[in-house]
Design a protein around this ligand. Structure first.
Ligand SMILES: Cc1cc2nc3c(=O)[nH]c(=O)nc-3n(C[C@H](O)[C@H](O)[C@H](O)COP(=O)(O)OP(=O)(O)OC[C@H]3O[C@@H](n4cnc5c(N)ncnc54)[C@H](O)[C@@H]3O)c2cc1C
Length: 391
């Protein structure tokens, strides 16, 4: 299927080597296509995140090749915490402990994303270009061209670009019509690493729902080796309206919240508090056009209820790889042909995220309802329904 007669440098350019981009490269491993994976960072690199790896992530990778999931687990063995439980604290201080059906794990993105890239290098012929910052992307009738910020690096051309370049995606901003930030479908969150946190079992992730913030929560997630990822996130609409400084909010919570303050009284902060954006699913963001596709955060596929996006990034990266192969078989990269990808994303991911967005909006501003749900979940039948609805 490769195109030696083709004038392009590559068949497919994947912009961004996070979970979406690496999954896409892995899914193209036996396609015969010439693939380049570009990232502005040099790996291992940090990514501001809660580091909770949702359980479908491994399932999607294992479906591609069981070896990917096994090797990923091996690579991450020194850098992970297996989590079977969550504790949720309702705004009224009532606590609920839940055991999840599908055990997940937490792992710092520094190591998790690096392990994914190791798999790409090990199992595919992908050309990996680190420290390649994309400045500009242009699509024309014959292909797509990507220009780097560094004039010493050469521009690249391909038949198709797959934008896996995260929440501030250059591919989205430059190729999607009327790209803009919709604060109703956007969260911002901050996090820092701590050690010495009290009452913190290594197999339990903690969620604190707070009366004073409508659609956000504070988290304390173990990430292995006695280290905890601690953060707070909220809807951008609310942050703007109330002029919240999330770094201050997190520091105040850890110092003053009646349940958090005792846990952090003797804890040591290991890193500065840093923040990043979360484009939520459920919006009508376009995910394709002539010669381009978007995946993961670039396509706004984060779960509005939990703030999880790693599994959706991996899943959409795989769906984009399947579309790339269909397009090369048909020799078509027009918007009509690539619309099949948008339909697949909607069917497998988008519809469910839209449902969860509606639940999130329904619960926002009703702390009494969260209190009620947490209280009622002490009944086993209701607890099972809650676990199914949230997890
Ligand atoms: C504070 C916070 C907490 C979160 N917690 C969780 C959680 O616990 N669990 C979960 O599942 N999700 C969580 N998320 C969401 C999760 O981080 C994202 O959904 C996930 O990283 C999306 O993967 P991606 O591959 O689409 O993008 P990213 O992981 O952002 O990867 C994008 C890649 O593109 C590269 N890139 C960007 N711009 C350019 C450019 N111009 N040129 C070249 N390369 C570029 C970047 O360097 C990066 O490597 C959280 C997000 C935030 C902000």
């Amino acid at each position: 299927m490769s195109t030696s007669r083709h004038p392009h440098h590559y068949d497919v350019l994947i912009a961004g080597a996070g979970p979406a981009g690496t999954a896409c490269a892995l899914a193209l491993s036996s396609s015969g296509l010439r693939v380049a994976l570009l990232d502005k960072a040099s790996f291992p690199r940090d990514k501001i995140c809660g580091d909770a790896i949702p359980s479908p992530t491994l399932k999607h990778l294992a479906r591609l090749d069981p070896a990917y999931a096994t090797e990923l687990q091996e690579l991450l063995a020194p850098h992970r915490a297996d989590t079977a439980f969550s504790r949720m604290l309702a705004p009224n201080g009532r606590a609920l402990r839940i055991q999840w059906h599908n055990p997940a794990f937490n792992s710092p993105r520094l190591h998790f994303d690096d392990a994914l890239l190791i798999l790409v290098r090990r199992h595919t012929a992908t050309k990996v270009l680190e420290k390649y910052t994309i400045r500009q992307v242009e699509a024309d009738a014959d292909g797509v061209t990507v220009w780097p910020t560094d004039p010493a690096q050469e521009p690249l051309r391909a038949a198709l670009v797959i934008g896996c370049d995260g929440a501030n995606s250059v591919v989205y901003r430059q190729l999607a019509p009327s790209a803009r930030l919709n604060r109703a479908y956007h969260c911002a969150a901050v996090r820092a690493y701590y050690q010495g946190v009290a009452d913190a079992p290594e197999n339990t992730s903690d969620f604190y729902f707070l009366r004073e913030f409508q659609a956000g929560y504070c988290w304390v997630f173990p990430v292995g080796n006695g280290v905890y990822n601690v953060g707070f996130g909220a809807l951008s609409e609310e942050i703007t309206a109330r002029r919240l400084d999330l770094k201050d909010v997190l520091q105040d919570l850890l110092a003053e919240h009646p349940h958090l303050a005792p846990r952090f009284a003797t804890a040591t902060q290991l890193t500065p508090v840093t923040g990043f954006g979360l484009p939520l699913g459920g919006s009508a963001r376009p995910v394709h056009g002539a010669r381009w596709l978007l995946c993961g955060d670039a396509a706004a596929l984060i779960d509005p209820l939990q703030g999880h996006g790693i599994d959706k990034a991996v899943h959409s990266g795989i769906l984009a790889a399947q579309q790339a192969q269909r397009s090369f078989q048909a020799g078509r990269f027009d918007a009509e042909c690539l619309a099949e990808y948008a339909r697949e994303v909607e069917r497998h991911i988008g519809r469910e995220l839209a449902r969860r967005y509606r639940i999130m909006r329904f619960l926002a501003g009703k702390p009494w309802l969260v209190n009620l749900a947490v209280g009622a979940a002490t009944w086993p039948w209701l607890r099972r329904r809650l676990v199914r609805a949230v997890g």
